[in-house]
Write a protein that binds this ligand. Structure first.
Ligand SMILES: O=C(O)CCC(=O)C(=O)O
Length: 350
């Protein structure tokens, strides 16, 4: 069988030197269609539930995937937020349908990651997010951060690759990624809690480079923006008339700390995990989420299938209330707040 196309040596070198890589043709755009359709179906399902409960009047079901949720949000920010949060993956299992798993474990993506990580022994993390960035809404604007700001400090020196995958063409107009290149070899700088929409934020003066040197990272559907866990990045507002859909996935070598194979013991009624949990193995880089083996040449029989992935993710999700914060960053004082990316227009706050 022909192996899937990987990255070129020049692309791999670029990633390691610059801390990111825009690879415009990892997937055939049609390969992302099942995920788009599954997300669209999930929106309709949740919207119908809200309608049955008398909370939502118009399903806007004639509108396409890039429009429907924005129209629901315009009618009622509350309904729009309920549906967005249901999909985003922060609580309650998030969106983890088979179509999502098929992208995470896609052989073309794994071939690229094998080249970047330098090994086919790869662990995927369920620290992934689905992001419907709605037009002209402030909540989707993500401030400067390194992904390691969210991870435990003992993982700072390990490479964890973020794959930022747009489900529509991502452009500066609709809020694509902004990246500070060649700054990923330094330390994890101070982050503050309380950035826009509750995200962590690096203050401008703490950034390891000049934010005016940031590169904008437009990426067509089918492409992937790869970043390291210490690459500072942010995203700008969506000023277009459509939703900027994207997912971001994270992968690491099996040599980096993970919780593969580790299960929290049975939970009590409040969802509290066994206090001994942290002593049972190497603490994962982001313990509240379930890691799983996604590729292996040495132990292919241990590669996780969809059923096991879903079971792990759901179990970990039920334990979340009891996981302590990974890092204790200071709160952002209003006087020194990081400057928001330049806004051309006023954004809604909800
Ligand atoms: O999608 C966005 O706008 C931000 C994504 C991001 O910051 C991340 O993937 O770490």
């Amino acid at each position: 069988m022909k192996s899937p196309k990987s990255l070129t040596p020049q692309q791999v070198q670029f990633f390691h030197e610059e801390g990111y890589l825009i690879a415009p043709k990892v997937f055939d755009p049609a390969e992302l269609e099942p995920l788009r359709q599954a997300l669209h179906a999930a929106i309709n399902l949740k919207a119908r539930e809200l309608k049955a409960a008398g909370k939502l009047k118009n399903l806007h079901s004639r509108l396409g995937f890039d429009q429907q949720l924005a129209a629901i949000f315009r009618d009622s920010p509350e309904n729009g937020n309920v549906i967005s949060r249901h999909l985003e993956g922060l609580r309650g299992g998030g969106f983890h349908a088979p179509e999502m798993f098929d992208v995470i474990a896609h052989k073309k993506l794994i071939a690229s990651l094998t080249a970047l990580l330098g090994t086919p022994e790869i662990v995927a993390s369920s620290v992934y997010r689905v992001r419907p960035k709605l037009p002209n809404l402030g909540r989707g604007v993500v401030p400067w951060h390194q992904d390691s700001g969210y991870f435990a400090a003992h993982c700072d020196q390990h490479l964890i690759v973020t794959c930022w995958i747009p489900l529509v063409d991502a452009t500066p107009e609709n809020g694509c990624m902004q990246i500070l290149p060649r700054t990923h070899r330094g330390k994890v700088v101070t982050h503050h809690t309380g950035g826009n929409a509750g995200f962590l934020v690096i203050r401008d003066e703490d950034l390891p480079g000049d934010p005016r040197q940031a590169v904008s990272a437009p990426c067509p559907r089918g492409g992937v923006v790869f970043m390291s866990n210490r690459t500072p990045h942010c995203s700008t507002p969506n000023y277009s008339d459509h939703i900027r859909w994207s997912i971001d996935l994270r992968f690491q070598s099996v040599d980096a700390p993970s919780n593969v194979g580790l299960w929290p013991r049975t939970l009590d009624d409040d969802g509290n995990a066994d206090a001994e949990f942290y002593k049972k193995g190497t603490v994962a880089c982001y313990p509240p989420e379930a890691d799983f083996l996604v590729s292996s040449a040495k132990t292919p029989h241990l590669v996780t299938n969809y059923g096991e992935y879903a079971r792990r993710r759901e179990t970990y999700d039920r334990t979340k209330p009891s996981f302590p914060a990974v890092r204790h960053w200071p709160a952002l004082e209003a006087a020194t707040a990081a400057k928001a990316p330049k806004s051309k227009r006023k954004l809604a706050k909800a």
